[in-house]
Each structure stands twice: as C-alpha cells, then as structure tokens.
Design a protein around this ligand. Structure first.
Ligand SMILES: Cc1ncc(COP(=O)(O)O)c(C=O)c1O
Length: 460
C-alpha cells in the first residue's frame, strides 16, 4: 500500500541505488527500522554525517523540547543562543578569533551561496574556482562550482567554470606519485594566476566528500592557500561534509596545517540532524564590505537567519562533541575501523584499498575487467547486498565507484566489530553473485582461459 502511494505521489530519489524500496519508520543510535523489516539496519551513512551522534540522541531530543518551549524564530532580532553559538564556534576554530565574525543560516547550499556573495562583494570580482570532482551544493549559483559529474543535466546548468586539480594523498591526478614536485601545485598556480583579475575565491573541500572521501596529498592544501594569498584570491573552506569532529578535529583543516582561511562554512551536523543549521565564519573585513542599506537583504537575509531554536540545538551539539575524550575517540575508533577494513580487504579482487581519517572513510573499488563490469556496478551490488544484510552503505565518486562511510561519531568498538562482520559478509556475497552473473550472463570481455565473463582470483 505505502509503496503504491509512494510510486504515485513522490519524486524518486536515489533511483539507481533503490533505497526507495525501504520506508524508514524509526531510528535510534546506529540503528534504523524500516517498514516490513522487524530487525533493524546498521546505519553507516547517517545522512552523509548530517546526523552526528547517531539517530535521536537523547540529549538532543531533550534540547529540542527545552528550546521549543522557550523560542522559535526571531528574525530580525539577535538572540542569546546565536551570540553564544558564535562565541563558541570562534573559540574552537583555527583562526585569530578577534578578526572573525559568524553568520548563521539554514542549509549547506544556502550558506555556501552566502560565501560566494560575500567573496564577490569584498573583492569586486565575480569568478569562483573549485577543485575537480568538488561538490559544493545544489543551488543554481553553486552548480558551476560543483563538478559536472554530480549535476543533473549539467550541459544546461553549468557555465564554464575554473577548475584546479585536487592532488589526492594516494594518487596525483597528473599521474605521478603525489608530492610537492608532482606538478599539481604548478598547474593550480598557473590557473589561479591566469584568472586572478576576475577570480574572487577558491572554494575548498579539505577532504572531497562526494567524490568518495578523498584525502589531499600532504601539504597540498596549505600550499594552495599560499597560492591564493599570493594572487589575491580568497581561500574559502567548505567543511560541510567533513568538519565537526568527523576527522577527530573540530574543523578538518586542523589536520592539514591550514589556519585563518578567509571564510569557513561549518559542517551540516551542527543542527544535530534535526535542524538544517549551518554557520559561516568570515573575516570582519569581509562582512564590513557589505553595504548596510536597510533595504538590501540578501547577505544578511533569510526568514530563518540566526534562528534561536536551531542555535539552541547547535549549542547542545557542541557540548556533546567537546566533552572529554569524544574527539580523541573518533580518531582512535576511526583508526580501529579502518585497520579492520584494511585487514579484511588486503588482497581482494574488487576492493583495491580502504582509506580514511577518523570517521571519514572510503573504499576504492577495482574491476578485474572494466568493460565487463564497471566499478559503479560493483558498488551498486555491494549497496543492494548491504540492504539485504541490514547494513546501510553508500557509493560516491565521479562515477559512483567508491564506497563511502560516515558513521555516527559516537560509534564504539563493539558496534565497529558488528559493522566489520556485516561488511565482510556483504562483500563476500556481492562478489560471489557478481561472479555468477558474469558467468551465466556474459556482458562482454573474455577470461584468460578464453571463456566469456569475469575470472575472480581468490575472492572472499
Ligand atoms: C561539501 C559540501 N558542500 C555543500 C553541500 C550542500 O549542502 P546541503 O545539501 O545542505 O545544501 C554539501 C552537501 O552534501 C557538501 O557535501
């Protein structure tokens, strides 16, 4: 009944991953219950990290009730929660506190938009650069900065945009091992310099979340920041997917020696998974370039600007995150989880490596024969099998060729052990069924022995 209604009434998301077959009824901690499935599912995605401490965290539920009785919306008046939140964010951010101010609004894309608006106003320039395979949001103004591989009908939506290479920790896009001499920095500087007269800002995802949690090469981000400084281009950090403790540090740039960015947009989990609240921290000199004509209301506008209720929840989120030992445990448990994955798949025909930092984790897939079986097909099968075995996984990357995990920051070792066991079983079954499919229904390619289909050596 419900699925018939869904088919009739709702737009379909994630069509290829078929999550639409599962109707969420309730969720708690790491677990989600779907209609028609009495046993819960282990959630290793957590709305791409927007749910920071597991579902319906009791302290956040209490905070929601408390705040709802005190405040709702307050536009255009300042409020106590907003002031406290701004102060707390500044006190933990890797920047010179007195030089910065905080703007709080709704949703990631909306706030990254504000970063672009501010960058254009303060520099008097209009162009925005971003990295290859970046994702910065889904509003129309952000589509050029978001890589075309993530944009629906990109041929209609993205104007020519300025892209620079993201030098990955394990593999430089220019083909050589990542290092200060691999050429990526020179390419980036050449592009930034050539465009400096029109270029307002470079948007930076410190770890490329939607591309599959791709980590930067050592020293790369700091060097890019220096290049931006040299050519008067603002360095704008988009921490929406990997900030707020997910790497074991409050802001992800703390891992990469980057301090005092011109603008930083905080993580989407700041509203605890209940309220779409995001903060933008920028230099005071940037905010003060905005004219204060009372009739202009775009930069400091929006009906939910500085929403007191949302800020109240965010204060509780920071209390939970900054309690003794929480960040340290994210790092330690993240290492433990990653090591477990690396041990499981040290020699696997479909998974070339597991990598990550804290609870930003990815697995890169490999195909014995891309013509026969694409990496995106392998990812889809692993995810579908995950749902059959009650574990929620996700695939990302330019072609959906990486498995991406963003579990609850409070996931402990007992649950990690369950997660590892489930992932082991899922990958084993998915590998087996891909092998069977390719033998019974060859889709191209030829094995070494001349038979059609795929040969899997030692798959487990
Ligand atoms: C790095 C990054 N920037 C911006 C956004 C857009 O945020 P939202 O979906 O809240 O609009 C996302 C969303 O996933 C993101 O990962």
């Amino acid at each position: 009944m419900i699925s018939a209604q869904f088919d009739r009434n709702c737009c379909k998301i994630d069509r290829s991953l078929r999550y639409g077959e599962y109707f969420m009824e309730r969720a708690f901690g790491e677990w989600v219950w779907f209609k028609g499935h009495p046993q819960p599912f282990l959630d290793l995605v957590m709305s791409h990290g927007a749910v920071p401490f597991g579902h319906c965290h009791p302290r956040l539920v209490e905070a929601l009730k408390r705040e709802a009785e005190l405040v709702d919306n307050n536009y255009p008046f300042p409020n106590k929660n907003q002031v406290e939140l701004a102060e707390r964010l500044l006190s933990v951010a890797p920047l010179e506190q007195d030089e910065y101010e905080v703007l709080i609004n709704i949703s990631g894309s909306f706030v990254v938009d504000k970063a672009i608006e501010l960058s254009r106003i303060v520099t008097g320039k209009a162009a925005i650069a971003s990295f290859d395979k970046a994702f910065h949001g889904s509003t129309l103004s952000l589509l050029p900065a978001t890589d075309a591989c993530f944009v629906d009908h990109s041929e209609l939506m993205t104007e020519a945009s300025i892209k620079i290479p993201f030098c990955e920790e394990s593999r430089c896009p220019q083909g050589s091992p990542s290092s200060r001499t691999c050429g990526c920095l020179e390419t980036s500087e050449r592009i930034i310099k050539a465009n400096q007269s029109s270029l307002a800002a470079l948007l930076v995802e410190p770890i490329q979340g939607s591309a599959g949690n791709i980590l930067p090469a050592s020293g790369y981000l700091r060097a890019i920041q220096e290049i931006c400084e040299r050519h008067n281009v603002l360095f704008v950090v988009d921490d929406l997917q990997v900030g707020l403790g997910r790497t074991g540090r409050v802001f992800s740039i703390e891992n990469f020696g980057v301090e005092n960015p011109d603008i930083i947009v905080t993580h989407k989990g700041l509203g605890g998974g209940f309220y779409p609240l995001v903060a933008l921290i920028a230099r005071k000199s940037i905010f003060s370039a905005v004219s204060r004509n009372p009739l202009n209301a775009t930069v400091f506008g929006g009906a939910f600007l500085n929403n007191a209720f949302g800020c109240g929840i965010a204060l509780e989120v920071l209390d939970i995150l900054l309690a003794d030992g929480v960040l340290e445990r994210v790092k330690e448990n993240g290492d433990y989880f990653l090591l477990g994955l690396q041990n499981l798949f040290s020699n696997h025909p479909l998974i070339s490596r597991a990598y990550g930092l804290g609870y930003v984790i990815g697995m890169e897939l490999t195909s014995p024969d891309e013509e026969c079986l694409s990496r995106a097909d392998i990812a889809r099968e692993i995810i579908a099998e995950g749902m059959r075995q009650h574990v929620i996984l996700y695939s990302r990357g330019g072609d959906g060729e990486r498995i991406k995990l963003s579990p609850s920051l409070t996931m402990d070792r007992a649950v990690i052990d369950i997660a590892l066991e489930k992932i082991r079983g899922v990958v084993a079954t998915a590998s087996e069924s891909l092998l069977l499919q390719s033998v019974s229904r060859p889709i191209g390619g030829r094995n070494r022995d001349g038979t059609r289909g795929l040969a899997f050596a030692g798959s487990s």
